[in-house]
Design a protein around this ligand. Structure first.
Ligand SMILES: C[S@@+](CC[C@H](N)C(=O)[O-])C[C@H]1O[C@@H](n2cnc3c(N)ncnc32)[C@H](O)[C@@H]1O
Length: 408
């Protein structure tokens, strides 16, 4: 056949018969996409891998346990020919040709009438990469191009702004604990598409440096209002920019709903009729201990973990935390915003029955280059924090899990 380029097309296979010959590794790799496309899949093969068998058991494909026979492709729209028997594959592709069924062949790209592109997905788009001719086929190269494009779209290094679907509004994005690699793929993409970013002090601040020059970056901590007006001022800034038709990202540390006042911002936007989407983030309450080698649960040690705010002291009338009950729990206690009050917190836990020898770890600036871990016990933690000059932001872990790891 002359070396014409393949003609790229997207097949809409929902409800249409697709015949797969051979139940080995090739079928195992290709079947999930055919299932996702809603195809009516008939697998013809005496054997199948365990994963393919599981697809048949789950009713995702119909499996006929036998060898290929002439006539199998008669009613197919599309065929994947991938048996280990070259002669059977040749007979099957001849049948496909007779019935004008497009077919892919795992053993002979030249004899195939269709090729499977290397595919990937990002934000509602399928990226499919094909080599131009059979002679130039290099599956690793096409896969590498696919990976580069999909990764670029996901992490925002390849910016392809939406034109029709891009709606102005606010995205409340949980940025994770600080390491720029620990934001979600969706968060990173929205950041890359933003016109305005309003960022907190905590979170992946390094990502802000990568934004294109036209993006307006606003430091939430520096919005000029009185201390107690800060949240209202942030809400106003979000509304003001969104109402100008801009795409606004509110970049927050960790997860927006873990001591992040995320819902207050969602409510303010809803009241003003501004569309808002919330993107979860990796909370420091779990990831920062993990980064310092502390699991919040461990088999045989802790079957629960409780995350509390320590921003007000236990005897403060504004405190909503029942420290007496927490002292009775056997699991892990994770305290955020607790560095200033840790002395009073430790005293209260001990006063309500927790052992003064209970291990405590403070992890400061977790997941960043400045991360440090300081260990103590409930009896010594107040003095240790002073002596070691532990500063916020820090996550405090109280419980036996502190000592189970090899340490980092
Ligand atoms: C206002 S809360 C926000 C929590 C955030 N929404 C989350 O899910 O991680 C701020 C507190 O989170 C903790 N924190 C956040 N990032 C941290 C980090 N990288 N290292 C240590 N503590 C961190 C500290 O206890 C800090 O005082």
């Amino acid at each position: 056949m002359a070396e014409h380029p393949a003609y790229p097309v997207g097949l809409r296979l929902a409800g249409r018969r697709v015949v797969v010959l051979g139940g080995g590794q090739v079928a195992q790799r290709r079947l999930p996409a055919l299932i996702a496309a809603g195809a009516d899949i008939v697998l013809v093969s005496p054997e199948a891998t365990a994963s393919v068998e599981a697809m048949a058991d789950a009713g995702e494909i119909t499996w006929q346990r036998r060898r290929y026979e002439d006539g199998d492709l008669a009613d197919a729209w599309y065929a994947l020919i991938a048996t280990s028997d070259h002669d059977a594959n040749t007979r099957a592709s001849a049948e496909a040709e007779r019935h004008r069924v497009w077919c892919v062949r795992s053993d002979d790209a030249d004899a195939a009438t269709a090729w499977t592109p290397a595919t990937g997905h990002s934000a509602g788009v399928t990226v499919a990469v094909l080599t131009t001719s059979a002679r130039g086929r290099d599956p690793r190269h096409t896969a590498a191009i696919r990976d580069a494009v999909v990764e670029g779209l996901r992490d925002g290094t390849l910016v392809a702004p939406h034109h029709r679907t891009r709606t102005p509004g606010v995205a409340l994005v949980g940025g994770g604990p600080g390491d720029p690699d620990l934001i979600t793929v969706r968060g990173r993409r929205l950041l890359a598409e933003a016109d305005v970013v309003i960022a907190d002090r905590l979170g992946p601040r390094d990502l802000l440096a990568e934004l294109p020059p036209h993006v307006e970056v606003i430091d939430a901590a520096k919005i000029p209002y009185g201390r107690f007006m800060a949240q209202e001022a942030i809400n106003n800034a979000l509304l003001e920019h969104a109402k100008q038709g801009k795409s606004v990202v509110r970049l927050k540390g960790g997860d927006p709903y873990v001591f992040g006042r995320g819902m207050e911002e969602v409510q303010a936007l809803a009241e003003a009729g501004v569309p808002c989407t919330v993107v979860p983030g990796i909370s420091s309450s779990i990831s920062v201990p993990g980064a310092a080698g502390i699991p919040v649960t461990h088999r045989g040690v802790a079957h629960e973990f409780t995350v509390v705010s320590g921003h007000v002291a236990p005897d403060d009338e504004r405190s909503l935390v029942d420290w007496a009950s927490l002292a009775r729990l056997t699991g892990t206690l994770v305290v955020l915003m607790g560095v200033d009050k840790i002395g009073r917190i430790a005293e209260t836990l001990v006063a309500h029955g927790k052992s003064p020898d209970t291990p405590v770890a403070l992890v400061q600036e977790g997941t960043t280059a400045a991360q440090r871990r300081v260990d103590a016990t409930l009896a010594t933690v107040a003095e240790t924090v002073r002596a070691q000059d532990v500063k916020p932001p820090a996550v405090i872990v109280i419980g036996e899990v502190v000592t189970v790891g090899p340490g980092i």
